[in-house]
Design a protein around this ligand. Sequence first.
Ligand SMILES: [Zn+2]
Length: 582
Amino acid sequence: MTATAPREEQLWSRCAGCASLLYRKRLRRNLDVCPECGEHARLGAPERLRQLVDPGSLRLLPDRLPEADPLDFVDVLPYPHRLTGARASTGLAEGVVCATATIGGHPVALAVMDFRFLGGSLGCAVGELITRAAERALDDRTPLVLITASGGARMQEGALSLMQMATVSQAIAALREAGLLTVSVLTDPTYGGVAASFATNTDLVLAESGARMGFAGPRVIRQITGRALPEGFQTADFLLRHGQVDMVVQRRSLRGRLMALLAATRAGRPARSPVPRQEPASHRERLADDGTVLARPTDPAAEGDAGTPAVRDAWDTVRMARHPGRPTTLDYLDSVFDGFVELHGDRLGADCPAIVGGVARLAGRHVMVIGHQKGHTTAELVARNFGMASPSGHRKALRLMRLAARLGLPVVTLVDTPGADPGVSAEEQGQAAAIAENILTLTVLPTPVLAVITGEGGSGGALALAVADRVLMLENAVYSVISPEGCAAILWPDRSAAPQAARALRLTAPDLRRLGVVDEVVSEPSTAAHDDPAETAQRLRAALLANLLPLLDVPPAMLVRLRRQRFRRFGANRVGARAGLR
Ligand SMILES: [Zn+2]
């Protein structure tokens, strides 16, 4: 960057948020975030790169392109004059700086937009440079990281600038097809054609704290609608609430977040880290770290001998499965997994709190974990809608499943839901289709899928996360086509017959193991999961590893074939005759 401002202005600058006069060096040390109010000042592309990439790793990509003024555009100034002015004031050739670098040792290609250059507008040169960065990522088989800051398409290049939305998107699609991660980081402001293309059609969308993003700007919307806009409209937090971004990140955490995401998504391909060879799961016992036999999965007929005596009454098990102290998905993410990075949003308008998901590590191996989230207190339960996913929750899960498959990450699902959200708006938003789409997608998902029924496995809402290569079930969990109360209300005189219904439904782990609906029962501590969450976590972790590792060596096409066979076998002649399980 060339700074030509007088010395006084270099020493001090005024915060746009709180108007404090700040010592320039101190501000820069704080990554241009106001120490008084937290306002994130806009960064030029060179400074942004300095903050993000490993020192010494930056290699700028060529930025000189043939001069273009395709329309001979003149407003109050001829377009070439504006370009010359922008170059002089920024020291940049164009409104984007592209490079290769490493971030925490992970090689990436980067394109960083610079709002100072004609408002970060997307012209033909900017589109071409970002496309070349994407192509470089494809050649190098590295992820692509886009840092966006733009008012939209560059008007001076007319429809040709509009075409850049398609050009760059096509390059992103090629990366997607190749299973390479694309990440965009929205910085303030990101609008118009950039927002409606590569800022949001990447695999992961992060928003820097304080960033605003939208298609139409607030002024335009106010003019057209004649109405005041909601508080915080189009801000990062607004975007998170409406399912548009995976996370909002403070600038000081951005590099660390990117490192974690790059580490997680690099794991799946192309080369896998060494995995201890294991016999196929069906040929051996599951051992805990200390050698204890956790379950003996070989023969359904021999069920009941694996530390899971089926003496507890089904209704007691139902109450156990619903116990408020029972570990939740977030508890397991803390105890069974490491390094969970939550990803948010369905990209269609919402972020369902009843479904949580993101990348995490299981014994050093990266996986995508998706689960229903309940809670331990009434307030938590209400906030999470009692673990009942809305259509947007299922769509969030779908997005994460597909992303996992593209990146070669195994999927682990943790199922704990009374069922899908039974509300009116859920119906209006296509609850049935959302569940159906997940079930279908899971039947063809070309990556290992491991499901665990950890608490309540309630009907279609549970199945939407449980079409898996291996289905495990905690000893005191239940899995059922309908709740015992619901069943009692329909088939018995009233709901007080729920205990009888619970017995009739064969919803306990040993029953379902016998029916082949679940492959393995994970025993709980002699008391119950909620009395010894740490021990439960340890057992679950061992079971997950024992079941997951053998799946990692199965080619994706074979996985899909076997998974379909697994679910094909529940035909009328097998299960229907045995237990009336529908
Ligand atoms: Zn401030």
